[in-house]
Design a binder for this molecule. Structure first.
Ligand SMILES: Nc1ncnc2c1ncn2[C@@H]1O[C@H](COP(=O)(O)OP(=O)(O)O)[C@@H](O)[C@H]1O
Ligand SMILES: [Mg+2]
Length: 361
């Protein structure tokens, strides 16, 4: 039986072996936990810093049982873990955080926006799209252009296509392989911002300073924080995050991506039920970074303080940009985080740098 707070020496299980798992494992180790990774990938980035790895499919019952045997609490770093994996873990009596509902809602763009609107949180207008008829209706109702996205499985801008005119509807569906989709009205934003927040087992909430994020081709390029923003915008972002965390009875770190409109009001684009790329700046910029915060939350520890210590501009190293490390290593204001991925495919997140400068004012 697991009881919280988990003492140091306990083992934390993580589904997924990518860079987020790697940085979670490093943070967990720092406060005395061992980490066990379950990933289908051999030699994964997280495996190389974890105490142990089980290489298996996410929904492999025996592998999940082996993980549940060694780990007192299990989390995930990858949001496309099949829902079945969390069901099996629940059947096995394992403790998981965040909960299965938060994962399920975040995995489906229609369910996600329906949940948000139901909680009183605004998003762009949208329609669920199952066929050509539905897309034509959406174009009539909402107008063109619309952004068509697969409901499930998309990331880094993959599985998205703009539909400029009625005549493009069929081709757009074909481009997404006729998978179930969502059609979204364009967000008329002046910038994108993100908020990393956390909720502990006792319901305590901690929020990080607002982050300004810049995407290129749907992939996060840069994030800088603390973002310059009015007290009203910051309060609105924090209220949105707190509402979501409470409505989902959430435990752990969440990343909320938002559009800031010209009138200064916020729309939520999407949320990630995990640590998030727009929070990598906290590794060098905050008292307790998002990775340790997530470990603290799921382990039932008190949440740590989130105040910024310095201003950070985070830049992702995509593909062969990682080869710039010798030059970056010479920059005194730059902290380098490399993920140990063996192959630098174009657009692949290979690492990031945090460039530090004194806080404004
Ligand atoms: N409705 C929209 N209107 C305008 N731009 C959008 C819209 N939805 C997404 N984008 C742009 O595409 C990026 C990636 O889309 P997002 O829904 O966050 O997908 P992913 O899951 O791939 O991150 C966003 O950060 C934003 O820059
Ligand atoms: Mg996104």
């Amino acid at each position: 039986m697991t009881s919280f707070p988990l003492p140091p020496g306990s083992t934390i299980g993580i589904l997924g072996g990518g860079q987020l798992g790697r940085m979670l494992a490093m943070a967990a180790a720092r406060i005395g936990f061992d980490v066990a990774i379950l990933t289908p990938e051999v030699d994964a980035p997280a495996s190389r810093v974890a105490a142990r790895t089980i290489v298996a499919a996410y929904d492999d019952r025996e592998a999940l049982a082996a993980l549940a045997d060694v780990a007192q609490v299990i989390t995930f770093e990858f949001e496309n873990v099949p829902a079945r994996a969390l069901e099996i873990l629940a059947e096995l009596g394992a403790r998981t955080a965040p909960n299965a509902r938060a994962l399920a809602v975040a995995q489906d763009r229609v369910d996600e926006k329906t949940f948000l609107n139901g909680a009183g949180i605004p998003t762009v207008a949208f329609r669920a799209i199952d066929d050509l008829e539905a897309l034509r209706e959406a174009l009539k109702d909402l107008g063109a252009p619309l952004l068509l996205k697969t409901r499930r499985g998309g990331y880094d801008g993959k599985g998205q296509v703009w539909v400029q005119r009625m005549e493009e509807a069929e081709a757009a569906l074909a481009a997404l392989g006729y998978r179930p989709a969502i059609a979204e009205a364009p967000a008329d934003f002046r910038r994108e911002v993100a908020l990393i927040a956390a909720r502990g087992r006792d319901g305590e909430i901690a929020v990080y300073p607002l982050t300004e994020s810049h995407h290129e081709n749907g992939i996060l390029r840069r994030a800088s924080a603390p973002a310059t923003a009015s007290a009203r915008v910051i309060a609105e972002a924090e209220r949105i995050a707190a509402t979501m965390l409470a409505a989902l009875d959430y435990v752990g770190v969440i990343g909320v991506e938002m559009f800031e409109r010209d009138d200064g009001h916020l729309l939520v684009n999407e949320f990630a039920p995990r640590v998030h790329n727009t929070g990598h700046w906290t590794l060098d910029g905050c008292e307790v970074d998002q990775f340790e915060q997530h470990i603290r939350a799921i382990a039932g520890w008190p949440l740590g303080p989130t105040a910024p210590l310095i201003h950070v501009e985070m830049t992702n190293l995509l593909g062969d940009e990682v080869d710039r490390w010798p030059k970056l290593a010479r920059e005194p204001e730059t902290r380098i985080w490399l993920y140990g991925k063996r192959e630098a495919k174009p657009g692949r997140k290979m690492g990031h740098v945090n460039r530090l400068r004194p806080l404004d004012g």
